[in-house]
Design a protein around this ligand. Structure first.
Ligand code: SAH
Length: 251
């Protein structure tokens, strides 16, 4: 198995593939000034196994097109949607966020939690804007520095992992420069990282390692996750996921 296949095999059994929570999805939705019970069109890009897709279906009257590159996650989302009676409200689509088969101005809301980094925040907000109706909303969560300065260890880690890691003011400026009106920003609380994401993931390590006969590649995947969690525990006052909600300018 390649490293990517192992990562998918580990993450496909988690309820979410990045920090977040249903409460925080609902909190971001609170910045959308529209009748949420209306039959809106919503895209959820980089949906994973659909934690926020299900939350969007529960908290709106919209139809959600949930996109991910990997069918393993979409299969899990479809099963969860069926089990929760939300299957008719969700369409899954295997596609790359960099090459979306959408129409111009198709969506009222474009949602993306913990995923836009795969193409880059700056590239994503530019590329996806055409798919939003004028006055439509973009809601994305993105790794964000929460202080002006920080220890070199964590600075270097995120620079290496994702060079666009930056402060909220820099991200909000990018939104403004690209034809969006920022309407809301908050950071995800510690609970969204630990209880919702890292701890449930850790609980899967023993079965994952057993399934792969404790191969050196499987051990390396687990060690990388452990090390990211440990960095978070030590440096969590310097970064979080920022949740950005912005409105596409009219005309
Ligand atoms: N939104 C989910 C998943 C976040 S993890 C949650 O918060 O739980 C990031 C997701 O982006 C993964 O599911 C991964 O498969 C997906 N992804 C990675 N590259 C992608 C691409 N180029 N196009 C679409 N999805 C992609």
């Amino acid at each position: 198995m390649t490293e990517l296949e192992l990562i998918i095999d580990l993450f496909k059994d988690t309820d979410r593939q990045g920090p977040g929570s249903t409460e925080n999805t609902a909190r971001a939705l609170g910045f959308v000034e529209a009748d949420l019970s209306a039959p809106m069109q919503i895209a959820d890009i980089g949906c994973g196994s659909g934690a926020q897709t299900l939350a969007l279906a529960q908290h709106t009257g919209g139809h959600i097109t949930a996109v991910d590159l990997f069918p393993e996650f979409l299969d899990r989302l479809n099963a969860r949607a069926t089990n929760t009676g939300l299957r008719h409200r969700i369409t899954t689509l295997q596609a790359s966020m960099e090459n979306l088969p959408f129409q111009q101005e198709q969506f009222d809301i474009i949602w993306s939690e913990g995923a836009i980094y795969n193409m880059g925040f700056s590239e994503g907000i530019k590329a996806w804007k055409r798919f939003l109706k004028p006055g439509g909303y973009l809601a994305v969560s993105e790794i964000t520095w929460t202080t002006h300065t920080r220890p070199a260890e964590i600075e270097q880690h995120w620079q290496r992992e994702y060079p666009q890691t930056d402060t909220a003011s820099a991200k909000i400026k990018l939104l403004e420069e690209n034809g969006y009106m920022p309407v809301g920003y908050f950071t995800l609380p510690v609970n969204s990282w630990l209880q919702q994401y890292y701890l449930p993931l850790q609980a899967l390590f023993p079965a994952f390692l057993a399934r792969h006969g404790h191969s050196s590649q499987a051990v390396a995947v687990v060690e990388a996750q452990r090390s990211e969690t440990e960095l978070y525990q030590r440096h969590k006052s310097y970064y979080s996921y920022g949740f950005y909600v912005a409105r596409k300018l009219q005309g």
